[in-house]
Write a protein that binds this ligand. Structure first.
Ligand SMILES: Cc1ncc(COP(=O)(O)O)c(C=O)c1O
Length: 383
């Protein structure tokens, strides 16, 4: 009998999918949301069930601004926040409003593979820029600006998916200068910024959004609360917010997710969001350690740098074709994501992405061990 689908995840029984970037189902905040929903219904305000204000409910934006001001240690103007249905639909909306098919955009190499799919849907010419330990190679980007005129650069500056790398402060400053000089947008996908474990990242691009017209900071509740809420926010300059709010999509449908944001507003105001993020940071830090320990024990020749936050290890197995390894791994009931998925020029063939947030400690250890068994029994040679 086929299972009735509820979640996007569809794993064969017994499979450990270490490639996943989804939150752990057992860590989803059912209790916090129940309490917030009870308070909401007790208050008896039907307005969030009406078409919402285009920028999002003003009370929600105010609560969110207060929360972010504490998190960023900088004041946040609620008028620079725009409520969205999560980062994916935000990227789609940005492409709709700011690009035409055939336009050039820059992305990091590697980049979030499903964002690459969205850019493909919009017929964009995607130009990869390499990254190193300090994140996006801004000098390489600068060189390309002599011949190319991108509409935007899509960057995941903090605890990048998949590499875990974080863009240094100096490069952030230079990127902003270049964007202002050459007139392209910085679409900064900051969904992992608040998930720091061992490393405090530089300030997010969001904090400069008020002054710099070129910055669009894209944020989401998916990784810090629950992905099924389909809720997020943009933090950007007034001109960007006006443009988004004036789009046909918002004019017809009203603001995004007014009902969900009313529930999440209560959760923010009661301290539940902060509590949840602290809980996730503690738990994910343990899982990161578990994956590191398992890699050291079972795959000592793997090359990687330790992520300071986020969801992923980006591992290089020199000379190993990881798409082929993934096919073989199915027989060992373990799955990964091959590096090629994250490349916009068919590179990164001997990299793989491992996620450490979806599973508990035992499954992480068992999954890495199965991967090692697969490598050893198939006599796959690391160079
Ligand atoms: C960098 C990045 N952006 C966006 C998303 C998707 O965000 P949302 O659930 O808000 O659409 C993910 C999810 O893995 C991600 O890693």
């Amino acid at each position: 009998m086929t299972e009735i689908p509820i979640t996007q995840i569809n794993l064969p029984s017994g499979m450990i999918d270490l490639g996943l970037g989804d939150p752990d189902i057992d860590l989803l905040p059912l209790g916090l949301l129940r309490r917030s929903a009870e308070d909401y219904f007790a208050a008896g305000d039907p307005r969030p069930l009406q078409y919402g204000a285009e920028r999002g409910n003003g009370y929600f934006r105010r609560s969110l601004a207060d929360f972010l001001a504490t998190a960023y240690a900088k004041s946040v103007d609620p008028d620079l926040l725009f409520v969205t249905a999560g980062a994916s639909s935000t990227l789609d909306l940005i492409c709709t409003l700011y690009t035409r098919p055939g336009d050039t955009i820059f992305v990091e190499e590697p980049s979030y593979f499903l964002a690459l799919r969205i850019f493909k849907d919009h017929g964009l010419q995607v130009v990869p820029i390499p990254i190193d330990n300090d994140g996006l190679h801004v000098d390489a980007l600068d060189d390309l600006l002599a011949e190319l005129h991108p509409k935007f650069i899509y960057t995941i500056p903090t605890f990048q998916n998949p590499s875990g790398r974080t863009l240094s402060q100096a490069r952030r400053v230079k990127l902003v200068e270049l964007a202002q000089r050459h007139g392209f947008l910085i679409v900064a996908d900051e969904v992992y910024h608040l998930l720091a474990y061992s490393h405090t990242p530089p300030e997010p691009f969001a904090v400069f959004a008020g002054e710099v017209e070129q910055i669009i900071s894209v944020n989401s509740f998916s990784k810090i609360l629950a992905s099924g809420l389909r809720l997020g926010w943009i933090h950007a300059h007034r001109t960007v917010i006006d443009r988004l709010a004036g789009s046909g999509l918002l004019d017809s449908g009203g603001g995004m997710n007014p009902f969900t944001s009313a529930l999440v507003r209560g959760l923010i105001e009661s301290g539940g969001l902060e509590e949840n993020i602290n809980r996730l940071r503690t738990e994910y830090a343990c899982r990161l350690d578990a994956m590191e320990g398992a890699l050291r024990q079972h795959l000592p020749s793997a090359e990687y740098s330790l992520p300071g936050g986020g969801f992923f290890f980006w591992v290089r197995l020199p000379g190993v074709e990881t798409a082929e390894l993934r096919r073989k791994a199915q027989g060992y009931q373990v799955d990964i994501r091959q590096g090629g998925l994250f490349s916009s020029r068919k590179g990164l063939q001997d990299y793989l992405r491992l996620g450490f947030c979806f599973y508990g400690l035992e499954a992480i250890e068992e999954g890495v061990k199965r991967l090692m068994d697969c490598i050893r029994q198939n006599r796959i040679q690391l160079q």
